[in-house]
Design a binder for this molecule. Sequence first.
Ligand code: 13P
Ligand code: SF4
Length: 349
Amino acid sequence: MTVEEMYASLKSMLADVVPDVELRYKAELAVQINQLKQEKNAVILGHNYMEPVLYHSVTDFKGDSLELSRRAAQTDKDIIVFCGVRFMAETAKILNPTKTVLLPANAGCSLAASITAKDVRDLKARFPGVPVVTYVNTYADVKAESDICCTSGNAVKVVESLGSQTVIFLPDEYLARNVARETGKHIIFPTLGAVAAVAGDAPADTELDYQMVGWRGRCEVHEKFTVADIRAVRQQFPDVRILAHPECSPEVIAASDFSGSTMAMIRYVENNTAPRFLLLTECAMGDNVAAANPDKNMLRLCSVRCPHMNQITMENTLHALQTNQIEIKVPEEIRLRAARAVERMITIG
Ligand code: 13P
Ligand code: SF4
């Protein structure tokens, strides 16, 4: 595709959401990225939070964490460029270790940073024999301590698949509370101090009344949406359909019309005829859905952004392909244990 053709294609889709000067400049970058991608036999996976031009011009597959994990596992390309955050790129490496996995910027995640492998080992010591479910928004060494992973798209299914009275569910407090509500489980949140005591000689905690053990990790983006935001929007647009990511608080989920992974939210908008929609999630996704569904009216609440996802740009995606940077590596001993937990999740779907 020539630069002019790329510009025309982007303009037809994104004229309402991206300034023309940016479209022109990024059309050139997109052509360079696609050329290099072909030369290097690479695939570009793009999370639904990527900025609109990148999302619609250079990605071979787009999706939520679950969909992109599946794509990473299946690809036969030599290089996987992950336009997302580090834990996602690590998951790609865990599932497809012979490929070179590149992350265009060192993009983290507040949930992944909220828990360490030692925290999980301490919890396992305190609640012996209780299966550990970890959200994919964690680093490889935390996954390696887990029995099974889950994403926002399959968390309830994964918990139910265990057929266990009790589970440890880490690290997102709100996702855990939302799953507890859906599965009818009673959840507790042990304090760090109490967990640390296990390292000494405190007895294992077998008497507590719990069915789920959670952790107080939060997504710094989704925790900021409030019921007051929802009320204000509904007052102005009574016919709006509000969709919330399950990393939002249970109160926000209860006040919304639908809750699901980023992919589930996209499908909901595609299949619904409501006059307008608001997505309580990273704002770029509203632009991406608006561009793909020109007949739909998308409201945006853009005061809260994910600083990590927003580190990925067209410029550093091109640079990643030019320099093979930043290459994601996972020590084999950790990878093997983490792969068991991720593959077990993928089998459940
Ligand atoms: P999804 O798996 O729903 O795409 O969510 C990933 C994420 O990081 C949400 O903040
Ligand atoms: Fe992490 Fe939240 Fe950003 Fe998703 S939106 S990458 S959970 S900080």
